[in-house]
Design a protein around this ligand. Structure first.
Ligand SMILES: [Zn+2]
Length: 289
């Protein structure tokens, strides 16, 4: 079902024109835009981050491993899913991984900045991409699964986003969410990335629960590499140390391959039922009953 952005009417038909007030969402760069007033404002994430990010993701162990973990989680917890929305799809790297793993899955992606949608559109022909404020999702009972991967920590009203995700999910479906784990790991990397918070596991579970979801699984990941991550973040806290926020992601090819192997081993453990209490990131899987 669709929700009119102007009068709040819900309606079920292919056109976006509201049957009550005739309001129709505008288009920006060819994409439906539900919150055009926010499309270029750079609060939370700078649009110019997208270009270097797209290049980095494809080769980097962290992004590649996160994709594999998400593909596994979708297959394990929502095997019957027919459609999937990713909120904050950025350059489209996760959606392209999902498309490769699930050719029959209908994919949609949203982003607050149209700059990201341009990248994603080039990579994902046929995928429906739209500009949207995650705090006001214009759809109800629409998606089998909704994902938000390292998005909630950028948004002050994270609970509002979870509630909106709940409304937009079909009964029996659910959500996949990743966020940075542990407030004590807060560093300049978080500041540079414009994070508002890092999460405790209990906090994320409680927030998902308050939105209406039943939590199926919570595990940390980037757990086996936590000592390395800690060393790197502590080094950045030293005064006078040159700061490069992306240095952790720009590792040489040999080290990158080694780190990816460690992440592979960790994923095998997660698949085997291990839920890690400590790690750089947190995965939450929750269901709408
Ligand atoms: Zn209306």
């Amino acid at each position: 079902m669709r929700v009119c952005g102007q009068c709040g009417e819900t309606f079920d038909r292919p056109a976006w024109e509201c049957p009550r007030c005739l309001h129709e969402p505008t288009r920006l760069d060819g994409h439906l835009a539900f919150a055009p007033e926010l499309a270029e404002r750079s609060e939370g994430f700078e649009a110019q981050y997208f270009a270097p990010l797209a290049e980095l993701e494809a080769a980097n162990f962290w992004f590649r491993s996160r994709n594999r973990l998400l593909v596994w989680a979708l297959r394990r917890y929502f095997p019957g899913a027919k459609n999937f929305l990713e909120i904050g799809c950025g350059t489209g790297f996760v959606l392209s991984g999902m498309r490769e793993a699930f050719p029959g899955l209908t994919l949609s992606g949203s982003e607050i900045f149209t700059a990201g949608l341009g990248f994603a559109a080039g990579r994902l022909p046929g995928v429906e991409l739209f500009q949207m404020d995650a705090r006001r999702i214009p759809l109800r009972d629409e998606f089998d699964v909704i994902g938000a991967f390292d998005v909630l920590e950028h948004i002050k009203e994270d609970e509002e986003v979870l509630s909106q995700m709940y409304e937009a999910t079909r009964g029996g479906g659910g959500i996949l969410v990743t966020v940075p784990h542990h407030p004590f790991l807060w560093s300049r990397v978080d500041e540079y990335a414009r994070h508002i918070r890092r999460y405790r596991a209990r906090e994320l579970k409680e927030k998902a629960g308050r939105a209406g979801f039943g939590v199926l699984r919570v595990t940390s990941f980037v757990s086996l590499l936590l000592p390395l991550l800690l060393a790197s973040r502590l080094k950045q806290r030293r005064p006078g140390e040159d700061f490069d926020a992306s240095s952790e992601l720009k590792v040489g090819p040999l080290l990158n391959a080694a780190l990816e192997r460690v992440m592979d081993a960790e994923r095998l453990m997660i698949r085997g039922g291990v839920s890690f209490p400590l790690g750089g990131s947190l995965l939450l899987v929750a269901r709408k009953e």
